[in-house]
Design a binder for this molecule. Structure first.
Ligand code: B12
Ligand code: SF4
Length: 474
């Protein structure tokens, strides 16, 4: 379930507005179907959110909405437009762009427009209003941004819990993990002090919700008949005292949800593992990222995440009766094929229950975007539709040609096994069919065709196998 939208819906409902949601990905809607469904209620405002690779589709939807219903006020949000608000104003017909967390700004926009009041006083938006096109003050999103020169971050305890009832919440399953019962997402904290080069959450202000506030939400989720909950926190285990308290509170409240969390290996020990397991965690997702120490450092993972350290922590995780899903990324700036092969070997050695390999793409909200810009590889108005991290990547910063990177990516899944994602024509990626538009595309069909033909010939496979033997001997 798109949690950001559920938060936006809750904030608007709390302010007394009536909200309806169309989830185009859930129903595999094309542009025309999405627009028709969204306009069927004759809305005064239409909100739309997207990540980077879906930007072009969001633009197409907005254009069509404005063509069919010019008076509908369009509010555009999400991670991509937050990173590039000005470029978004230039390329889209949206009236308002919400920069970053939008629970407060979206309500303020609606109220200003209804009162025909100049929105210049709203924090964190870009907009057009009469002759004016530009932006107002931003939130303090990055840790290093001064709180004196920027506005205060929103108080997570004052945000209403996500409005799951606006969605067909029982329809959301996690097919990639074979979860055939409803699953929802939740976020107990926002922000991460980590500095991983490829990550949009890097160096963002960390805030936690009160434990009571969280457990109330968990109880409500349980009462809705949703048995599985994916906790999307970037820093679930970053504060040991807090995670122990939270786990205890979950047990004491009698919550019996199947929980999935993402964690960092430098933040866990046996006490933390015991506590989170006891609280219902049955799926843990540590980021390994690389099997090459130089690349690990270049990514910015920090001194406590050496290979030896990660090995020990994975062995600890493997002592529990939960699924361990490791994620890896390759294609860092100047990364070589040999370094990538080390990652693939390391993944094989760790032997997680599930493995997710990604090719690094410099998303506009990540630290690498500025690096890629300096290298002249990206710009604010480029075609973002290929900014996936498999099959097509849009921007390659490594020392390996793109075709080869894509082959290595496929090879990693084949060689290591236990794929967390199934990216063939008949299945989907993690979550609720998020990549359907691409999977249905001609480009994807051609790609698969090519891979199949290449496999039949299989020269590359032999080559890779030889290379692997060399890597393991060294
Ligand atoms: C869970 C998750 C997923 C799940 C999605 C499940 C789901 N249906 O929600 C899965 C695994 C499917 C997934 C897939 C992808 N993801 Co993802 N994902 C996340 C994660 C961890 C949490 C998202 C979340 O719920 N956040 C909590 C909510 C509250 O925050 P939010 O979504 O940002 O929403 C706030 C604002 O953005 C804004 N907002 C959002 N939508 C809207 C809409 C309107 C109208 C308005 C006004 C405002 C607004 O207001 C919200 C409330 O404050 C984030 C990391 C993160 N920390 O956010 C990455 C993240 C969003 N994912 C990312 C990426 C790159 C992807 C993929 C493109 C990967 C790929 N190559 O395939 C795909 C794209 C899928 C898609 N359909 O767009 C990047 C996005 C970067 C970017 N520039 O786009 C992030 C930020 C990770 C990162 N650190 O880099 N993802
Ligand atoms: S990858 Fe994880 S640890 Fe690194 S900055 Fe992003 S959220 Fe933080």
């Amino acid at each position: 379930m798109p949690l950001g939208l559920a938060y936006i819906g809750a904030a608007l409902e709390q302010a007394g507005h009536s909200v309806k949601v169309t989830d185009a990905a859930l129903h595999d809607l094309d542009i025309e179907e999405t627009v028709n469904q969204a306009l069927s209620n004759d809305p005064e405002f239409l909100g739309i959110g997207c990540t980077t690779p879906l930007y072009h589709q969001a633009i197409a939807i907005i254009n069509r909405v404005k063509q069919l219903s010019p008076s509908t006020v369009v509010i555009f949000g999400g991670p991509h437009v937050s990173a590039l608000p000005e470029a978004t104003l230039e390329t889209s017909k949206a009236d308002f762009i919400c920069i970053g967390e939008a629970e407060e700004s979206v309500v303020a926009i609606v109220e200003h427009v209804l009162a025909k009041k100049d929105p210049a006083g709203i924090t964190g938006i870009a907009y057009r209003w009469g002759e004016y096109t530009g932006h107002t003050k931003e939130y303090r999103l990055r840790l290093h941004q001064s709180s004196v020169t920027t506005a205060k971050a929103i108080d997570l305890n004052k945000c209403p819990v996500p409005a799951r009832r606006l969605f067909e919440y029982k329809e959301y399953m996690d097919y990639s993990r074979d979860i055939r019962e409803p699953q929802s997402g939740a976020m107990f904290s926002r922000g991460c002090p980590g500095k991983c080069a490829f990550c949009g959450a890097a160096d963002t202000l960390v805030r936690w919700r009160h434990i009571e506030n969280i457990v109330d939400e968990l109880e409500a989720v349980q009462n809705m008949g949703i048995p599985n909950l994916f906790i999307m926190d970037d820093t679930y285990t970053s504060n040991k005292k807090r995670v122990l308290e939270l786990s205890k509170a979950i047990v004491e409240r009698g919550i019996k949800l199947n929980l999935s969390v993402q964690l960092r290996l430098d933040q866990i020990d046996r006490e933390v593992c015991d506590a989170i397991f006891e609280s219902g965690v049955r799926y843990v997702g540590p980021g390994i990222e690389s099997g090459n120490e130089t690349i690990i450092k270049a990514i910015g993972k920090g001194p406590r995440e050496s290979k030896e350290h990660m090995r020990k922590k994975i062995r600890l995780l493997q002592e529990y009766d939960w699924k361990v899903r490791c994620s890896y990324v390759f294609g860092m700036v100047d990364e070589t094929e040999e370094q990538i092969m080390e990652t693939i070997e390391f993944a094989k050695e760790l032997g997680a229950d599930e493995n997710a390999f990604s090719i690094l793409v410099p998303y506009p909200d990540s630290p690498l975007w500025a690096v890629a810009k300096q290298m002249g590889k990206v710009h604010d108005h480029m075609d973002f539709s290929k900014f996936l991290y498999y099959h097509e990547i849009g921007c390659n910063l490594s020392a390996v040609p793109t075709e080869r990177l894509l082959e290595l990516h496929e090879f990693a899944y084949e060689y290591v096994g236990n794929a967390a994602y199934k990216l063939d024509d008949n299945s989907v990626s993690s979550g609720n069919r998020p990549h359907v538009p691409y999977l249905a595309s001609e480009a994807f069909r051609k790609h698969r065709e090519k891979v199949r033909t290449a496999k039949a010939v299989s020269h590359d496979q032999v080559d890779l196998d030889l290379r692997l033997k060399e890597t393991s001997v060294n």
